[in-house]
Design a protein around this ligand. Structure first.
Ligand SMILES: *[C@@H]1O[C@H](CO)[C@@H](O)[C@H](O)[C@H]1NC(C)=O
Ligand SMILES: *[C@@H]1O[C@H](CO)[C@@H](O)[C@H](O)[C@H]1NC(C)=O
Ligand SMILES: *[C@@H]1O[C@H](CO)[C@@H](O)[C@H](O)[C@H]1NC(C)=O
Length: 973
C-alpha cells in the first residue's frame, strides 16, 4: 500500500502535494483502524482487507469520506469478550460507539479516554464490572453516555462533572455506591439523568437543582438516597418526569414542586414523606401520573386535586390520609388507576366515581368508608378490579354488578353487606378472584357461580349463607381455593367438588353439612397429584367412618362432627388427634397405635410450626406483597409509556450461536399456546426452534414477578451466578429476557421432561431402568456437591425436587430451575410456590427460615428415595421415623414396575443409595452427610461387598443415632 501511495505522490504535481501527504497519513490511519477492527474478532474471521477502505463496509461501521471510521454500531451483535483487547487509540475520528446488549465483560478500559471526538457512547446491557475509568473525563464532546444494566460497582466519579457536553446520562441498573456527586451540577446541558436501581446513598445535591435543562430525573430504587427533598428542586423548570421512589426521603413534600409546570410524572412512592399533600401540586396541570403511595402523608386530599384532569394514575395508598373522597373526583375522566387504599378515607363512596369511564382498577380497601355501593360504579365497563374490602359498607350487592363483564377481581370482604349474592355474578365470566367473606350475606349460593370458569379463588366464608352447595361449583375447573366456612350451609358433601383437579384448599368448616364422607369424594381428591391439599370439614354434622386414604392429604381437620368407628392409626399420627376430637363415637387407641400421646402432641406441634412459621409471614407477605405487586402492575401501563427504554434486558451466554429476542418471539409466535409444553406455578414452559435449527426451552414467567421491585436486582444477581456455572448435571441456562411485558429464561431443551413426570408414566418409568436411576442419583449428587463445595460462594439450590430434575433423550439427568426458586419465592402470594417444595422441604425449615446446604441434602434424600421407590416416599418417611419393630425389606419398597435388580453391582449401588438417602433425610441437619461425603461414599462403596437383595431390611441401613430428632424423644409403648 505504501508503494502505491508514494507512487501517487510522485505523480502529483507540486502545488497539491500537501493534500497528497495528508491523504497518505489518512491511509495509514485507516489501515490502523482496519487492523484494530480485524483484531477485535467481532466480525468473526473476516479476511484481511484487500483495499484500504474495505472495513468501511463491514456491518455496523460507518466511515467518513476519507475512509476513517466515525461510527461503530454493533448493538445486539453477540459480542463476547473483554474490551481490553480493543485498540481504542486507533480510532481518532470515532464519534459514535454502540456496543450495547452484547456479552462484554471485565472492566471498561482506561484507553477509552483516547476517543477524544466521541459524542455517543452506549455500553448498556453487558456484563461490565469494576470502576468507571477516570479517563472518561477526556471525552469532552460526549453528549450521551449510557452504561446502564451492567455490574459496575464503583463511586460515580466526580470527574464526570467535566463532561460538559453531556445531555443524557444513564447509569441505571448497576451497583454504583456512595452519593450523587455535586459536580453533576456543572453539566448545564443535561436533559436526562437516570441513576435508578443502584445502591447510592446520601442526599440530592442542591447543585443538581441548577440544571434548568433537565427534563428527566430518575433516582428511584436506590433505597438509600434520602434526606429532605430540597426546596430548590422547584428550579428544575424543564422537568417532565421526576422519579424518586423507593428511597429514604423524609420530611414534607416541598410546595415548590408546584413550579414544575411541565411535569407529567411524579413518583415519590415508598419514602418516608410526611405532612400534608401540598395543594401547590394541584397546579401541575400536565400531570398524568402521580404516585405518593407508601409514605406517611396525612391530612386531607387537597380539593383542587380534581383539577388535574390529565391524571391517568392517582395512587395515594398506604398513607395516613383522613379525608372524604372529594366528589369532584368524577372530573378526572382520564383516570385508569385509582388507589386510595390503606388510609382513613371516610364517608360515602362518591357516586361521581361512576363518571370515570376509563377506570380499570379501583382500590378503596382498608379505609373507613360507609354507605352502600353506588350503582353508578357499575357503569364503569372498563373496570376489571374493584376492591372495597375492610370498610363499613352496608346494603346488598346490586345485581347490576353483572354488567361488568371484564371483571377479574372483586373483593368486597369484611364489610357489612347484607342481602343475597346476586345470581348476575354468574355473568362475570372473566372473574378470577371473588371474595365476599366476613359480611352478613344470606340466602343460598346461586348456582350461576358455576359459570365462572376462570375462577381461582372463591371465598364466601363467615357469612349467613344457607341451603346446599350447588353442584355447579364442580364446573369451576380453575379453582384453587374454595372457602365456604362459617356459614349455615346444609346438605351433604357434593361429589363434584373434590373432582376439581386444581383445588388445593377446601374449607367447609363450621356449617351444617351432614352425611358420610363418601369414599368417592376422597378418591376423587387423590386422583390428580397434588403436592398440597388441605381439607377442613370440622364443625359439621358428618357421620360414618373416617376414610384411611385421607392420609395422603397434607392437612385434614375433621374435628367436631359425628364420625364414628376406629380412627386409623396413621391418620391420628400424621395429623394429630385434635384434628379428630369432638366426634363422640370415634375411637382412637393411641396405645395400640404404638405412639404415646406425647408423640402425638409433638407431632402436632410440628404441623403448627409449619403453619405459624411459614404461614404467618407468607400471609403477611401475600397481603402486603400482593398489594405492592398489584399496584406496580397497574402503574405499569403508564410507566411503559414513559420509560420503555430500559424496560428490557436480554442476555445470552453459554450459547454457541446467535440468538436474538426477535428470533424467540418469532419461533414461538409470540408465546402462542401451541408452543407451550407445560405450565407450573411460576410460569409456562415453551419449546422454541430457532432459525439455526437448535431447540431451546423457554420458561416464561408470570407477569407479576416482573412487577416486584426486588425481583429485577436479585434476578440479575442469580443470572450472573448462573452464567459461571458449568456442570454436566446442571441444566444450561443460555440467557434471559427481562421485559416489562414478557419475562423469560432460556434453557437448554431437555427432551424427556421431568423425573416427576417420567416416574408417573408407566412406560417411561420402565425405560428408566435401575442402571439409569443409579446414574441419575450419582449425577444429581455430583451437581449438588459442585454447587455446595466447588462454587465460591457456595450455592444452595433450595428447591431440589423431582420436578426440577430434567432428563435428556439419553435419560441423563440435570438439575434445573436452579437459583430461580429463591427469587421466585418473593412472590409468595402464589400458593404453588410453597406447594412445589412441600414434600421435599427439610423439617428444620419449619423452625428457622435460615437455609443451609443441609436442606438441599434433605431434599436430595427425598428425591433419591422417590427415584428408587417410583413414588414420593411420604408414607415411608413417616413410618420409618416411628422406628417400626417389623423389618421393612428394601425389595418391597423398590419400584415394582421394574424387574428386581440382579446384577450385584447394581444391587450394591441401590443399597448404598438407600442408606445414603436415609442419612440425608435425618431430621437433624447436623447428622446429614455433606454432598461431598455422599459423592465419596458412592466412590468408596463400589468396593464394599453386598448381600443378596431379598435379605436386606431398610431398618438395618439406618445409622442408629441418625433418626433421633433433636430435643425430642419418641416413646414406643
Ligand atoms: C486523557 O487526557 C490526558 C490529558 O490530555 C492525557 O494525558 C491522557 O493520556 C488521556 N487519557 C487517555 C486514556 O487517552
Ligand atoms: C475538571 O473540572 C474541574 C472543575 O470543574 C477542573 O478544576 C479540572 O481541571 C477539570 N479536569 C480536567 C482534566 O479537565
Ligand atoms: C454511602 O455509601 C458509601 C459507600 O458504600 C459508604 O462508605 C458510606 O458510609 C455511605 N454513607 C452513608 C451515610 O451511609
Amino acid at each position: 500500500m505504501d508503494v502505491v501511495c508514494s507512487g501517487v505522490v510522485l505523480l502529483m504535481i507540486l502545488p497539491i502535494a500537501p493534500v497528497a501527504v495528508a491523504a497518505a497519513k489518512e491511509s495509514a490511519v485507516n489501515l490502523l483502524e482496519a487492523e484494530a477492527l480485524r483484531k477485535s474478532g467481532w466480525w468473526g474471521d473476516t479476511t484481511t482487507a484487500t483495499n484500504v477502505s474495505a472495513h468501511c463496509h463491514w456491518f455496523g461501521i460507518i466511515c467518513n469520506d476519507a475512509g476513517s471510521v466515525t461510527e461503530i454500531l454493533l448493538p445486539v451483535y453477540g459480542i463476547y469478550g473483554e474490551l481490553t483487547n480493543f485498540s481504542f487509540s486507533s480510532f481518532r475520528n470515532l464519534v459514535r460507539l454502540d456496543l450495547s446488549r452484547n456479552e462484554l465483560y471485565g472492566a471498561i478500559p482506561h484507553q477509552i479516554g483516547a476517543l477524544s471526538k466521541l459524542t455517543y457512547l452506549n455500553l448498556s446491557s453487558n456484563h461490565l464490572r469494576g470502576e468507571l475509568p477516570s479517563s472518561l473525563i477526556n471525552l469532552t464532546h460526549l453528549a450521551q453516555l449510557d452504561i446502564s444494566v451492567n455490574w459496575i460497582d464503583s463511586l460515580i466519579p466526580p470527574g464526570i462533572g467535566n463532561l460538559t457536553s453531556l445531555v443524557a446520562l444513564d447509569l441505571s441498573h448497576n451497583y454504583f455506591v456512595g452519593s450523587i456527586p455535586p459536580t453533576l451540577g456543572h453539566l448545564s446541558n443535561l436533559a436526562s439523568v437516570n441513576l435508578s436501581n443502584n445502591i447510592l446513598n446520601g442526599t440530592i445535591p442542591s447543585a443538581l437543582c441548577r440544571l434548568t435543562n433537565l427534563s428527566q430525573l430518575d433516582i428511584s430504587f436506590n433505597y438509600n438516597v434520602g434526606g429532605s427533598l430540597p426546596e430548590e428542586i422547584g428550579q428544575l423548570k424543564s422537568l417532565i418526569e421526576l422519579k424518586l421512589s423507593s428511597n429514604q426521603f423524609y420530611g414534607s413534600i416541598p410546595p415548590t414542586l408546584g413550579h414544575l409546570s411541565k411535569l407529567t410524572s411524579l413518583d415519590l412512592r415508598g419514602n418516608e414523606l410526611y405532612g400534608a399533600i401540598p395543594h401547590q401540586i394541584c397546579a401541575l396541570s400536565k400531570l398524568a401520573y402521580l404516585d405518593l403511595s407508601f409514605n406517611e402523608l396525612e391530612g386531607e386530599l387537597p380539593s383542587s386535586l380534581v383539577n388535574l384532569t390529565q391524571l391517568a394514575l392517582l395512587d395515594v395508598s398506604s398513607n395516613l390520609i383522613e379525608s372524604l373522597i372529594p366528589p369532584g373526583i368524577g372530573n378526572l375522566t382520564n383516570l385508569a388507576t385509582l388507589d386510595l387504599s390503606h388510609n382513613s378515607f371516610w364517608g360515602l363512596i362518591s357516586p361521581t366515581l361512576g363518571h370515570l369511564s376509563n377506570l380499570d382498577s379501583l382500590d378503596l380497601s382498608n379505609n373507613h368508608l360507609n354507605g352502600t355501593i353506588p350503582l353508578a360504579l357499575f357503569n364503569l365497563t372498563n373496570l376489571f378490579r374493584l376492591d372495597i374490602q375492610w370498610n363499613q359498607i352496608y346494603g346488598s350487592i346490586p345485581s347490576e354488578i353483572g354488567n361488568l363483564q371484564i371483571f377479574k377481581y372483586l373483593h368486597l370482604g369484611s364489610n357489612r353487606l347484607t342481602g343475597q349474592i346476586p345470581p348476575t355474578l354468574g355473568n362475570l365470566t372473566a372473574l378470577v378472584n371473588l371474595k365476599l367473606p366476613y359480611n352478613h350475606i344470606s340466602g343460598s349460593i346461586p348456582s350461576e357461580i358455576g359459570n365462572l370458569r376462570y375462577l381461582e379463588s372463591l371465598d364466601l366464608g363467615s357469612n349467613r349463607l344457607t341451603g346446599q352447595i350447588p353442584p355447579t361449583l364442580g364446573n369451576l375447573t380453575a379453582l384453587a381455593i374454595l372457602d365456604l366456612s362459617s356459614n349455615q350451609i346444609s346438605g351433604s358433601l357434593p361429589l363434584g367438588l373434590s373432582d376439581i383437579t386444581s383445588l388445593q384448599i377446601l374449607d367447609l368448616s363450621s356449617n351444617q353439612i351432614r352425611g358420610p364422607i363418601p369414599t368417592q369424594f376422597v378418591d376423587d381428591m387423590l386422583k390428580p397429584y397434588r403436592p398440597i391439599f388441605t381439607l377442613n370439614l370440622s364443625h359439621n354434622i358428618l357421620s360414618g367412618t373416617v376414610p384411611s386414604s385421607l392420609i395422603q392429604l397434607s392437612d385434614v381437620d375433621l374435628s367436631y362432627n359425628a364420625l364414628e368407628g376406629e380412627l386409623p392409626c396413621d391418620l391420628g399420627f400424621q395429623f394429630g388427634s385434635e384434628r379428630f376430637v369432638g366426634n363422640r363415637d370415634l375411637r382412637y387407641n393411641s396405645t395400640l397405635c404404638g405412639a404415646s400421646p406425647s408423640v402425638m402432641g409433638n407431632h402436632r406441634h410440628h404441623t403448627l410450626y409449619y403453619i405459624i412459621v411459614l404461614g404467618v409471614p407468607l400471609l403477611v407477605f401475600a397481603i402486603t406483597g400482593g398489594l405492592v405487586i398489584y399496584i406496580c402492575c397497574f402503574k405499569k401501563v403508564e410507566v411503559e409509556l414513559m420509560d420503555n427504554k430500559h424496560g428490557d434486558i436480554f442476555r445470552i451466554w453459554n450459547y454457541d450461536g446467535h440468538m436474538a429476542y426477535e428470533d424467540i418471539i418469532k419461533a414461538t409466535n409470540d408465546f402462542d399456546v401451541s408452543y407451550c409444553i407445560g405450565t407450573g406455578g411460576y410460569g409456562s414452559v415453551y419449546r422454541a426452534r430457532l432459525p439455526s435449527g437448535k431447540v431451546v426451552a423457554l420458561k416464561k414467567l408470570h407477569r407479576l414477578e416482573g412487577e416486584n421491585p426486588n425481583f429485577d436486582k436479585s434476578f440479575r444477581n442469580e443470572a450472573d451466578m448462573l452464567s459461571k456455572i458449568r456442570h454436566r448435571n446442571i441444566v444450561k441456562l443460555f440467557g434471559f429476557c427481562l421485559h416489562k411485558r414478557c419475562m423469560f429464561l432460556i434453557y437448554e431443551y431437555m427432551d424427556r421432561g421431568s423425573l416427576f413426570c417420567i416416574l408417573r408414566d408407566e412406560t417411561e418409568a420402565v425405560e428408566l431402568d435401575w442402571v439409569k436411576r443409579v446414574n441419575l442419583i450419582k449425577g444429581i449428587a455430583s451437581a449438588l456437591s459442585y454447587l455446595h463445595h466447588d462454587c465460591d460462594p457456595p450455592i444452595i439450590h433450595r428447591d431440589v425436587s423431582s420436578n426440577n430434575i430434567l432428563l435428556n433423550s439419553q435419560l441423563e439427568a440435570t438439575l434445573s430451575d436452579f437459583g430461580t426458586a429463591r427469587i421466585l419465592e418473593l412472590d409468595s402470594s402464589n400458593q404453588t410456590v410453597i406447594a412445589g417444595t412441600f414434600g421435599y422441604m427439610a423439617p428444620e425449615l419449619a423452625y428457622t427460615m435460615v437455609v443451609t446446604e443441609k436442606s438441599d441434602v434433605y431434599s436430595f434424600g427425598v428425591v433419591v428415595l422417590e427415584t428408587l421407590f417410583g413414588e414420593h416416599p411420604r408414607e415411608f418417611l413417616s413410618c420409618i421415623s416411628s422406628q417400626p419393630n417389623e423389618p421393612i425389606m428394601l425389595k418391597d419398597l423398590l419400584d415394582a414396575r421394574l424387574p428386581p435388580p440382579t446384577n450385584p453391582l447394581v444391587v450394591r449401588n441401590l443399597v448404598l443409595a438407600t442408606a445414603l438417602a436415609l442419612d440425608c433425610v435425618n431430621a437433624n441437619p447436623k447428622c446429614r452427610p455433606t454432598m461431598q461425603q455422599v459423592v465419596n461414599r458412592f466412590e468408596v462403596g463400589r468396593r464394599e461387598p453386598t448381600r443378596p437383595l431379598h435379605t436386606i431390611a431398610v431398618n438395618q441401613l439406618v445409622s442408629p443415632p441418625v433418626l433421633s430428632l433433636p430435643d425430642q424423644t419418641y416413646t414406643v409403648v
